[in-house]
Design a protein around this ligand. Structure first.
Ligand code: PLP
Length: 394
C-alpha cells in the first residue's frame, strides 16, 4: 500500500484486504463477532497481545477497509467509522471533554452540530461560546482558562463562509486546545484540515462520500495518540459503530469520489456564473468565484471551489419557492453531495428552528437558496434554471 499514491488511486485500492477467495471487490463481513481456535487465543486477543477483531461494535473487517482508505486520503494515522455524521461529530466532541470544560464554536454550523454544542454539552456541564468564526479576533476573545475544544465547519452551511483553519489552529495550540473541523462542505479532496494544523477531522459520509443517496455514515480521523486516549474507549462503550453493509456501500461510493466531485464542481461553477447574471438573483456566493468575500483565505487553504452554490432571490420566499417549484431536473431536497442536483430553501427547512435573529446573523434571508450540484450534464442544468427563472418575476 503506497502512501505516495494520488487520491484517485488511494480511493480505488487503499485499505483493501482480500479473503482466501481473492475477490476483486471488497467483501462485506456481516458478522457481529469472531471465533478463536483456542481459549488461549481468545485470552491473548482480549489482552491485546495479538491483532484481530473481537466484536463488531469495536471494529470489523469491512469497516476497517473503509477507515484505512479514509486515513490514506486524509493523511490521518487512525480513524473510526460511525453510523452517521452526527455520531461522528458528537463522539469527536464529547469523548475529549468533561464537566467544567469550555468549547468555542463558530456559530454557522449544521443544525444538529449546533444543537450538540449549544444545547447538549451544557447539560453535562460543558460550556460553549458561539462566535462569528470569520474573524480570528473573535476566537481569541472567546478563550477562557478552561477552553479545550475549538469546533468549526468551513465552508459553512448554507452561506459558504470560510474560516481560516490555520489561524484558528495557531490560537488553539497556544492554549493546548484541540481543533475539530467538520470538513463535509469542502470534501476530503479540496481541503486538508490536518495539514492546516487541525487535530481532528469529521465527515458525514452520507454526503459526497456515498454521493448516491443510499446510506448514512460518518468518520472521525486524527492522530493515533488522540484516538487511543480519547475516542477508543468512548467508541467501544457508547456504540456509534457503522453497519458493515454501509461501510461496504461507502467503500464502493468513495471509488468514484474524485470523478463525481470534479463534475459537481464544474456544474456548480457554471451555474454560479449563470445565476450571477440573472435579473431575479440579488447575490451569488460561490467559493470558486473571485467575488467571494473571503477569496484570499480560500486561495490559501482550498484546492478547489465547491459542489454547492448559495444565492439570494430578489423576490424573497415567494420567488425562491417559485424557482424551486419550476425546476424539473433539479430536485427539492435538504440533502447534499448527491449525484442528483438538489435545491433547498434553508429558512423554511434546514434552518427553520433558528430564531429570526440567529438566521440573520448567518446571512440567511427569506430569499436564500442553496444548490448542491449533481453530476448531470451542465447544459441540462443551465436550461433547467433558465426555464424556471423565466417563470419568476424579478
Ligand atoms: C449532514 C451533515 C452532518 C450530519 O451528518 P448525518 O450523516 O446526516 O448525520 C454534519 N455536518 C455537516 C456539515 C453536514 O452537512
Amino acid at each position: 500500500m503506497s502512501k505516495s499514491w494520488r487520491p484517485a488511486t488511494q480511493l480505488v485500492h487503499g485499505g483493501t484486504t482480500r479473503s482466501q477467495h481473492g475477490e476483486t471487490a471488497e467483501a462485506i463481513f456481516l458478522t457481529q463477532g469472531f471465533v478463536y481456535d483456542t481459549s488461549a487465543a481468545a485470552e491473548a486477543r482480549f489482552k491485546g497481545e495479538t491483532d484481530g477483531f473481537i466484536y463488531a461494535r469495536y471494529g470489523s473487517p469491512t469497516n476497517d477497509m473503509f477507515e484505512k482508505r479514509m486515513c490514506m486520503l486524509e493523511g490521518a494515522e487512525d480513524a473510526r467509522a460511525t453510523a452517521s455524521g452526527m455520531a461522528a461529530v458528537s463522539a469527536a466532541i464529547l469523548c475529549q471533554l468533561k464537566a467544567g470544560d469550555h468549547i468555542v464554536a463558530a456559530r454557522a454550523l449544521f443544525g444538529s452540530c449546533r444543537w450538540v454544542v449549544e444545547t447538549l454539552a451544557p447539560k453535562y456541564g460543558i460550556e460553549c461560546t458561539l462566535i462569528d468564526g470569520r474573524d480570528l479576533a473573535n476566537w481569541e476573545g472567546a478563550i477562557r482558562k478552561n477552553t479545550k475544544v475549538f469546533f468549526l465547519e468551513s465552508p459553512t452551511n448554507p452561506t459558504l463562509e470560510v474560516i481560516d483553519i490555520a489561524g484558528v489552529a495557531k490560537l488553539a495550540n497556544q492554549i493546548g486546545a484541540k481543533v475539530v473541523v467538520d470538513n463535509v462542505f469542502a470534501t476530503p479532496l479540496f481541503q486538508k484540515p490536518l495539514e492546516l494544523g487541525a487535530h481532528v477531522v469529521v465527515y458525514s459520509a452520507t454526503k459526497h462520500i456515498d454521493g448516491q443517496g443510499r446510506c448514512l455514515g460518518g468518520v472521525v480521523l486524527s492522530d493515533k495518540q488522540w484516538i487511543d486516549e480519547n475516542l477508543h474507549d468512548y467508541f467501544r462503550h457508547t456504540g456509534p459503530a457503522m453497519s458493515p453493509f454501509n461501510a461496504w456501500t461507502l467503500l464502493k461510493g468513495i471509488e468514484t469520489l474524485p470523478l463525481r466531485v470534479k463534475q459537481q464542481t464544474e456544474n456548480a461553477s457554471r451555474i454560479a456564473d449563470f445565476l450571477a447574471d440573472q435579473k431575479q438573483v440579488a447575490r451569488v456566493i460561490y467559493p470558486g468565484r473571485k467575488d467571494h468575500p473571503q477569496a484570499d483565505i480560500i486561495a490559501k487553504q482550498m484546492t478547489g471551489g465547491s459542489t454547492l452554490v448559495c444565492f439570494e432571490m430578489k423576490g424573497g420566499k415567494d420567488a425562491a419557492f417559485a424557482l424551486q417549484d419550476a425546476l424539473e431536473v433539479v430536485k427539492i431536497s435538504n440533502n447534499l453531495g448527491d449525484a442528483k442536483s438538489l435545491i433547498t430553501h434553508p429558512a423554511t427547512t434546514t434552518h427553520k428552528n433558528l430564531t429570526d435573529e440567529a438566521r440573520a446573523e448567518l446571512g440567511i434571508s427569506a430569499g436564500t437558496v442553496r444548490l448542491s450540484a449533481g453530476i448531470e450534464d451542465s447544459d441540462d442544468l443551465i436550461e433547467d434554471f433558465a426555464r424556471a427563472l423565466s417563470k419568476v418575476t424579478a
